[in-house]
Design a protein around this ligand. Structure first.
Ligand code: ADP
Ligand code: MG
Length: 253
């Protein structure tokens, strides 16, 4: 039986009286790839903020692995436990090469200077080569990161997360702004990471969701509306009503 790696139970969060997260329950298995969908403002990013310690919940349990209470830890401590987050916009060091970006990301935080003036050992080099291959940038190792396309920057940033060898990867709308081809490659990459990592992906693009998803969680008004396969959620009457904004099947507009 799979083990839980993340557990959110009865989580609530208000901003100035507005309930962004209400009684949220969310369970993620080790090695799972989960996709989260939901309309704008549903609380998807806030949920990631709560997991990563960027936002403190008002109430509820947020646990990692066996009983590690994430609500007591800060962002840095949570990251060090092995929870990596990728925000929507890529943040790479544009003046450094692809290789250097990955080097800088190995083994947690160090300064740019201390890294670039230290020597790279062969196991670090192997690890970087392996990540370059995983994210499909092996031919771009010596490129300045600033010269990469938007999609390639996103892959580099996923590589930078992998350099920290996270147990859980939280990825917020990776396909936004990508070409169809880049989107498909991103899907393959995320699918390939599941198993070794537990991956949570927030995404809008239903073609992409269909490509990668095994299990989908639909968030609505800070709460789980339904969970299941892509077909389950796309055929769910409540999802059709509130998320897809369509009339029930059989009714005419
Ligand atoms: P989603 O990612 O699903 O589009 P968000 O989690 O970003 O939605 O936002 C959910 C709601 O919470 C929104 O109404 C948003 O304005 C509000 N919200 C999120 N973060 C903050 C914050 N730090 N301060 C105030 N309001 C916030
Ligand atoms: Mg968001």
């Amino acid at each position: 039986m799979a083990h839980l790696i993340l557990k959110l139970e009865g989580v609530n969060k208000s901003f100035d009286g507005y309930k962004a997260i209400t009684d949220l329950n969310f369970y993620l298995d080790e090695g799972e790839l989960r996709v989260i969908i939901g309309p704008n403002g549903a609380g998807k990013s806030t949920m990631m903020d709560i997991i990563t310690g960027r936002t403190r919940p008002d109430s509820g349990a947020v646990e990692f692995g066996r009983d590690i209470d994430l609500t007591r830890l800060n962002e840095y401590q949570i990251n060090r436990l092995g929870i990596g987050r990728k925000f929507q916009t890529p943040s790479v060091y544009t003046e450094h090469t692809v290789f250097e970006n990955l080097w800088l990301s190995l083994e947690g935080p160090r300064s740019v200077w201390s890294t670039l003036f230290s020597r790279l050992n062969s196991s670090q080099r192997d690890r970087i080569e392996e990540i370059l291959k995983t994210v499909g940038l092996n031919g771009k190792s010596s490129w300045n990161a600033g010269a990469l396309s938007h999609g390639q920057k996103q892959w580099l940033e996923i590589g930078m997360l992998l350099a920290q060898n996270p147990k859980v990867l939280l990825v917020d709308e990776p396909a936004a702004g990508m070409t169809d081809e880049e989107t498909a490659k991103t899907g393959e990459l995320l699918v390939s990471l599941a198993g070794r990592h537990s991956v949570v992906v927030i995404e809008h693009d239903m073609v992409f969701v269909r490509q990668i998803a095994r299990k989908v969680t639909v968030l609505h008004q800070g709460h789980v509306l339904c969970e299941g396969t892509v077909d389950d959620v796309q055929n769910n009457e409540r999802v059709i009503e509130v998320y897809l904004g369509r009339k029930k099947r059989g009714e005419h507009a």
